[in-house]
Design a protein around this ligand. Structure first.
Ligand code: SAH
Length: 355
């Protein structure tokens, strides 16, 4: 058992089961032992590889989208270009390079902001972005971003925020919690908090006993805070994550450590914990703020933004090895068996909600 696992076990022994959301939040963000507070999750030596770490083309195409959104919004100035949950800062670095080329005026006059919860990762981001051009400001939440048009990107941020699980039982949908068995091992139990039947999506209401349904108030709250800013001040947002476009039942709680999935109780604080993002729920939040939303698969989106053209351009004067590497990157980002179908994209823009 990890040191954090021991602490959680003692906590449960003295005060009862923890909700899945509290277990996840503690494992990821405990100030002393939490996963994001203590570890380097990204890259080959870490636990998982994200799209911007796979290829510079990802951040470049995000930048193209942000510049287009800024132009479509009438090129407002002042304006903030922000990223939420920037990890190592790689996406922002690639995006800034592209924005400087495509829209020098935007690059030199906009404010650049990073919203990050982990002090350790802020230090990594500072180092990545040293010499990138503009000066950056760091924020622990979206609340302190300047009150001006906000052009914002987030990759794999929503899946990192806590979610709640409810299990269909004879007594209704009851919250799933983490308890301990007689041997002191973690196990799932059901608590008493219930999800009212009429708050469930219609397709989910009649699911059989034992079915799991997930909701994520923390994710919706973040989307609401972002959407509120875009609705009030103008701007646009683009968010990538793995998840589903329609709500459905299913247990998607997962742990990943050193590129392999493992039991969510195996290494508390030392494995990344996530679940699939319910994109329809996030889009509904943005629409409730009067924004237009669009959902697609990551593969379709990147191809539509010119991924193949960009790859061709990058490979033009490169040798055979580099060309092979670039086409492998395209395949990973957009291939249906890689990230192309599993990952989804949500864009939010001002204007009449028309979905
Ligand atoms: N976008 C990066 C990293 C994804 S991992 C990439 O694609 O490589 C999730 C990131 O979100 C980490 O940087 C983590 O520290 C950060 N994070 C998690 N919860 C957060 C919160 N509530 N506010 C801001 N950042 C958060």
């Amino acid at each position: 058992m990890t040191p954090l696992g021991e602490r959680i076990r003692r906590l449960i022994a003295s005060s009862g089961p923890l909700s899945v959301a509290d277990y996840m939040a503690t494992c990821l963000f405990d100030p002393q032992h939490g996963y994001y507070t203590t570890r380097e999750p990204f890259g080959r030596d870490g636990d998982f590889i994200t799209a911007p770490e796979i290829s510079q083309m990802f951040g470049e195409l995000v930048a193209v989208w942000l510049v287009q959104a800024w132009q479509a919004g009438g090129m407002p100035m002042p304006a903030t270009i922000a990223e939420i949950g920037p990890g190592r800062g790689t996406l922002m670095k690639d995006a800034v390079r592209t924005i400087r080329r495509l829209a020098p005026n935007l690059a030199s006059r906009a404010g650049f902001a990073l919203v990050e919860a982990s002090p350790r990762l802020i230090a990594v981001q500072r180092e990545t972005l040293l010499g990138a051009g503009p000066s950056f400001s760091w924020h622990s939440g979206v609340e302190t971003l300047p009150d001006e048009p906000l052009f914002v990107v987030g990759n794999e941020i929503f899946d990192a925020l806590p979610f709640r699980q409810f299990v269909r039982t004879d007594r209704g949908w009851l919250e799933r919690a983490v308890g301990i068995d007689d041997d002191g091992n973690f196990r799932f139990t059901t608590g008493t908090a219930a999800l009212p039947h009429d708050t469930l999506p219609p397709d989910v209401r009649d699911a059989g006993r034992g079915s799991v349904f997930e909701i994520a108030p923390a994710r919706e709250a973040l989307m609401s805070a972002i959407a509120d800013r875009v609705a009030t001040h103008g701007g646009a947002g683009i968010f990538f994550d793995y998840g589903h476009l329609v709500p459905s039942v299913g247990d998607t709680f997962q742990a990943v450590r050193r590129h392999r999935s493992e039991d969510v109780f195996a290494h508390p604080g030392e494995a990344d914990l996530t679940s699939h993002v319910d994109f329809s729920a996030l889009a509904a939040v943005a629409r409730a703020h009067g924004l237009r939303t669009q959902l697609s698969k990551q593969g379709e989106f990147l191809l539509g933004m010119g991924l193949l053209e960009r790859a061709g351009r990058l490979g033009q004067s490169a040798g055979e090895d580099v060309r092979r590497k670039i086409s492998a990157e395209v395949e990973r980002l957009a291939g249906p068996d890689a990230m192309g179908d599993l990952f989804k994209v949500l864009t939010i823009l001002p204007g009449l909600a028309d979905e």
